[in-house]
Write a protein that binds this ligand. Sequence first.
Ligand SMILES: *[C@@H]1O[C@H](CO)[C@@H](O)[C@H](O)[C@H]1NC(C)=O
Length: 519
Amino acid sequence: MLAIRLCSFLLILPACLEAARILAVFPFPGPSQYINVVPYLKALASRGHEVTSINAFPQKKPVKNFRDIPILEVFNNYNDIINDLNDPMNIWEENNFINKFFVDITRSVLNNKEVQETLLPPGKDHYDLIIVEALRSDAYYGFAAHFNAPIIGISTFGTDYNIDELVGNVSPLSYIPLVTDGFTDRMTFSERMTNFVDTTIAWLNYRYVHMPEQEKMYAEHFPEASKRVPLSELNRNFSLVLLNQHFSLSFPRPYVPNMIQVGGLHISHKPAPLPKDLEDFIQGAEDQGVIYFSLGSNVQSKDLPADRREVILKTFASLPQRVLWKFEDDQLPGKPPNVFISKWFPQPDILAHPKVKLFITHGGLLSTIESIHHGKPVLGLPFFYDQFLNVRRATQAGFGLGLDHKTMTQQEFRATIERLLKEPRYAETAKQMSDRYRDQPMSPLDTAIWWTEYVLRHKGAYHMRVAGQDLGFFAYHSVDVIGTLLGGALLIIVVTAALLWKIAKLAGLGSSKKKLKEQ
Ligand SMILES: *[C@@H]1O[C@H](CO)[C@@H](O)[C@H](O)[C@H]1NC(C)=O
């Protein structure tokens, strides 16, 4: 039979637009958030826009049209915070902890000398567009009012109740889990209960404990703008929110028109050749294949407890495969010959290598997306935040398995690795996920650029904003309508009951009088 292959080639016509001055605010001290967006910011610069970027990881070499405002103050307590995250906390404490962390980051931005000297003085500078990391940092959204410019938010983990509010998106609690709870979109009754309660607590904590702090900072650092535009209006007036998510990476769910999925926007399409020593090591694995092991940029595998490291080391030593281990020291005592250590690996290029068969990962979102992009199964060892959720999703989707790194034994670790390598369904599902993810009309980066310029072309693209953003809580949730209907129904019932009672009484009186007469 003759099979016809249909391929589509889309020609993206460049729409005309004047170069814009763009202010980007991405001060988060963990590297992965900035790794996720920096190719997008640089792509905007290479298209002729002038980009000023407030961030914690300034460029090493100058980039054309791109200026850094480094905020290194954000590192002051970062390592303590990462360690404290391992302490047991109840949900209220956990929210306090996270929100306070973002209050501190926001404060670092607004107290930074260069920000205060070059951006905050009224009339000193001018920007056409503000792009921010939308992460519980409302005070710096004030740049939008200050420069009278539209604002775009990027969320590197997808959306939640807080990001939804920027554009009036809805995330039904019945099937959309809170990022930190680690549930999937198919929740049991008790999971739904937990999800509802935890989301409510998170919302209350942000709204009533930390929002007032943000309000204070906004009024203090943007005195003129804060008189014109209250923060509660500014943070419901985002032109666009870009999400580092995609339904092919997680699960299908609704979005308003100005919330766009650009999951994996940092991935470049052409894998670069690997350094020679690395390529030689990988080739030396022959048919056995290679396992890549990295716990990401926040967790250092050199700091793992000695017994945990021993479990990992002995397991790797017993495998016929070769292993690449992202290890942050020069020496790994007792390193077996089939293990190659390095402080840094070109991760996407390694995952693209056909001899690499398995990724042992902490389950961070970027690592998970890269793994799907390159169609490689994962063994997840999650540590915190959304990592548990990502690993559960990988397990649910069938391209990975998870283990608890704190308790796993050598036998369990080895058996899980072997299962992932030997049972073909894991590699097959990873490949299928990759095919679905790559089948998009435009690459995530092109999509992000196109929508960003769309906002510029249409002066904030205010026409995409849903009317729900202008409704109060009661009207939005139809509480007023339900109240009126219930009240009306109640009134009718009461009036009818009263009338019936009256009639019954009259009739009763009549009949008893009659009875009296008959006697
Ligand atoms: C909301 O955004 C639009 C478009 O950027 C702008 O015209 C309007 O003034 C903004 N309103 C508020 C309250 O910030």
